[in-house]
Design a protein around this ligand. Sequence first.
Ligand code: DGL
Length: 304
Amino acid sequence: MSSSKPIGVFDSGLGGLTVARAISAELPLEPIFYVGDTKRCPYGPRKQEEVCQFAFEVGTWLAARDVKLLVIACNTATAAALPMLQKTLPMPVIGVIAPGARAAVQATRSRRVGVLATEGTVASGSYERAIHAMDAGVTVVQQATPRFVQIVEHELASGNHLHEDWMRNKEIFDTEAIREVVAEDVASLRNHKIDTVVLGCTHFPLLAPEIRAALGDGVRVVSSAEETASEVRQILERRDELAASDKSSRGAAGEPMYRFATTSDDITAFAVAGRFIFGHALDSIEHIDLATLSELAPKITDLA
Ligand code: DGL
């Protein structure tokens, strides 16, 4: 059996497209439905309960679009809401923290790992737990770097560099001001003799060259995108739900492969920045009203 249903993927904004891109590279036949909750980005500084509510609303919206698997392509939302979404939604739900932790444990030789993430992810301790579940002997040093989210969102919103494809021109954020901020914010990791840093926020792969340069030779920089894509493949294979290779049996006729929705009021900006990260044109984008989202999902405090 195969399934022509889409894979649901969501983030607080555009960063999760780094994960959606890796999924589309690993599984080019799979339709994807991506939601960016751009209007409420950033999630990083918000309380866990609030992020959990937002994730529940977006997850419920995607479940109503009949996705076969849901990927929380946001570390902050994974930390706040993964078990809750797994318990309440009808399809399998995965996050990006376990795949990111796995990438780090596989890469490290010294068993000293740094984590760069939002304040919310760092405060949750989720990376430390996930890494220690795989190897309790790994020393984990965490650093919250919320300015990286601001830089990425600001540069993308301003339209700077967006004529380039991010994967083809990886030096896009290479300005003196950005290099300085990155160097300042990763400086504390440099004294801990780590040999691997995991980018624990899906916005950060866009700054990977600057982060790599600031950390210096000898430190590997890994992210969760490819590991998450391979987990998606394994789950769909196990469940016999991969899309058929025969195009004619896929989806309703004329249905686009990739669909997008955003809470942002500026669909054009989302389309331009999204194309730059995802690597394909974002042809089908709808706007989601925040009121619709909160009407659709009950308050999580009323669920218990
Ligand atoms: N992309 C989100 C993550 O992976 C962070 C951005 C935000 O603060 O909303 O954690």
